[in-house]
Design a binder for this molecule. Structure first.
Ligand code: SAM
Length: 232
C-alpha cells in the first residue's frame, strides 16, 4: 500500500497533488490503466491509478507548478497540440480532458510512431503527422472548433507558427499556450530579447498576453506565454 496521500489540485481540474506546498508532486488519473509512457511512477490510491507528472520532462507540468492565474483546463476541451513528440505531455493532457479531444501534430516520423503506440488506447488523442509551419496541410483531419492550442515545437519563428495555427483553428476567446525556447543559451539579455520579440508579434496581431511564466527552474531558457485570442 502506498503511503502517498493524493488530493485535488486547488485550481486545475482533474490535476492531482501530494506533499507539502514547497515539494508538491503532480499527478493525473491514468486513462490507460497499467501503462507508462515515459517511465513515470504509477500509484494506486483509493481504487484509482495515478501517473506521477514530472515537470522536468513536461513543460505543461512545469507551467502548472508555477501556478498561473489563468485556469485553462476542463474535461471536454478541444485542443490542438503542436509538437506532440512521443506523447509525454499529451498523455497527461489526455488524462485531464478525458471527454474532450486532442489533435496532436508532430513532424518527426520516429516520434509519430511512438506517439501512435503510446496513444493506441486513448480515444481522445488523434495523432497527425504534419508540419506546424503549414497549418492548412492538416485541416482535413481537424473537425471541431479548437478551444486551446498548446505549442512546444522548439523552432525559430515560434510566435509566427502559433499565429498561423490560431488564425486557422482557434475559436475567438480561445487560449494559446506558447512555450518559447530562447536559442541564446549564453546570454540572459539575448533570451529576454527573444521573449519580448515573440510577445510583440502576438500583440501586433491583436492577441492579448494574459501571463508570461518563467519555467527556467525546470527547463533552461524556456518561457511560457498564456495568450487570448479576441479578434473583433
Ligand atoms: C520539445 S519537443 C516537444 C515535447 C512535448 N511537447 C512533450 O512535452 O511531450 C518538440 C517537438 O516538436 C517537434 N517539432 C519541431 N518542429 C515541428 C514542426 N514544424 N511541426 C511539427 N512538429 C515539430 C519535434 O520533432 C519535437 O518532437
Amino acid at each position: 500500500m502506498s503511503k502517498i496521500e493524493i488530493r485535488n489540485h486547488p485550481k486545475f481540474y482533474n490535476v492531482f497533488i501530494s506533499g507539502p506546498q514547497d515539494k508538491l508532486k503532480l499527478y493525473t488519473r491514468n486513462l490507460d490503466v497499467g501503462k507508462r509512457i515515459y517511465g513515470e511512477r504509477l500509484i494506486s490510491y483509493k481504487g484509482m491509478e495515478y501517473r506521477e507528472w514530472d515537470p522536468f520532462r513536461s513543460k505543461l507540468a512545469a507551467l502548472i507548478l508555477e501556478n498561473p492565474i489563468t485556469n485553462f483546463l476542463s474535461d471536454n476541451l478541444k485542443c490542438l497540440y503542436l509538437g506532440a513528440s512521443s506523447g509525454t505531455s499529451i498523455s497527461h493532457l489526455s488524462d485531464i480532458i478525458y471527454s474532450g479531444i486532442i489533435y496532436g501534430v508532430e513532424f518527426a516520423e520516429r516520434s509519430m510512431r511512438q506517439l501512435i503506440q503510446n496513444s493506441s488506447n486513448r480515444k481522445n488523442i488523434i495523432p497527425i503527422l504534419g508540419d506546424a509551419r503549414f497549418p492548412d496541410s492538416y485541416g482535413k483531419y481537424i473537425f471541431t472548433n479548437i478551444d486551446l492550442i498548446y505549442q512546444d515545437v522548439a523552432q525559430p519563428r515560434q510566435a509566427e507558427i502559433a499565429l498561423g495555427n490560431c488564425t486557422y483553428y482557434l475559436k475567438n476567446e480561445g487560449v494559446l499556450i506558447l512555450v518559447i525556447k530562447s536559442q541564446s543559451i549564453d546570454s540572459i539579455q539575448k533570451s529576454e530579447l527573444t521573449f519580448a520579440q515573440e510577445k510583440k508579434i502576438l500583440e501586433t496581431a491583436g492577441y492579448t498576453i494574459l501571463e508570461s511564466i518563467n519555467i527556467h527552474k525546470y527547463a533552461a531558457n524556456h518561457m511560457v506565454l498564456i495568450v487570448k485570442k479576441a479578434i473583433n
